[in-house]
Design a protein around this ligand. Structure first.
Ligand code: ZN
Length: 222
């Protein structure tokens, strides 16, 4: 292994982790990595950057060129700066790749991508729930999820007459109301209803579950 081979292959590592080498060059890098600890440690620094790019490759983006195109443009821009180098010998210092990755990911998804990398179900905010006094066998509890498009009421209830239809409404601070869907009760067994209304939680003051006669059976004030 000559010093020159090491230098050239080391410069290919960035393109290698991004999958931009042709198969022959890729094989050369792989073979070199097996025998070069210095390049392996540099590769270890590049891998997190490449994985940061992975979501950008998978997900479609609206309102802009697809990530692959952006990525290509960044690579091309770096290549243009590199001047005389061959395309696959793009300058790939850690800094250049990190900058390219940050640019692409931020352009495509914003900072939220980093936060949402491991999606977790949002935890509902539990709210107090009142059940109509006439329905003394009915139980109900509810949690709210604050979505960007509105509020979701996760209602757990039991004891409403099986086969009866109910409609949910989220009430607005301004006195208006927005439907949050309907459900058919199943009787004594506990049921979970995910009721979604296109009213932001910050503009909502409560919810009501009404029967077919329009009577409130379950309600909550936020
Ligand atoms: Zn090396």
């Amino acid at each position: 292994m000559t010093e020159e081979t090491h230098r050239v292959l080391r410069e290919s590592l960035g393109a290698y982790v991004l999958g931009h080498l042709d198969p022959a060059d890729e094989e050369a890098v792989r073979a070199h990595l097996a025998g070069c600890a210095q390049c392996r440690s540099e590769l270890a620094e590049l891998l997190p950057v490449a994985s940061a790019l992975a979501p950008a490759r998978r997900q479609p983006v609206t309102g802009g060129p697809p990530p692959q195109v952006l990525e290509r443009r960044v690579i091309d821009a770096v290549a243009a700066e590199a001047g005389k180098r061959r395309r696959t010998r793009v300058v790939t210092t850690v800094a250049a790749i990190a900058a390219a990755a940050a640019l692409i990911v931020v352009a495509a998804f914003g900072i939220a991508t980093f936060i949402d990398r491991t999606p977790q179900a949002p935890v509902p905010e539990i709210v107090a729930v009142q059940v109509s006094p006439q329905l003394d066998l009915v139980t109900a509890s509810a949690g709210l999820i604050d979505h960007t498009w509105g509020v979701e009421v996760k209602l757990t209830t039991a004891g409403l007459a099986a086969g009866t239809e109910y409609e949910a409404f989220v009430l607005g601070e301004d006195g208006g109301e927005v439907t949050a869907g309907t459900f058919v009760a199943i009787g004594d067994d506990e049921m979970l209803c995910n009721l979604q209304a296109s009213l932001l939680l910050e503009d909502a003051s409560g919810f009501e579950i009404r029967n077919e006669a329009g009577e409130v059976v379950i309600s909550s004030d936020f």
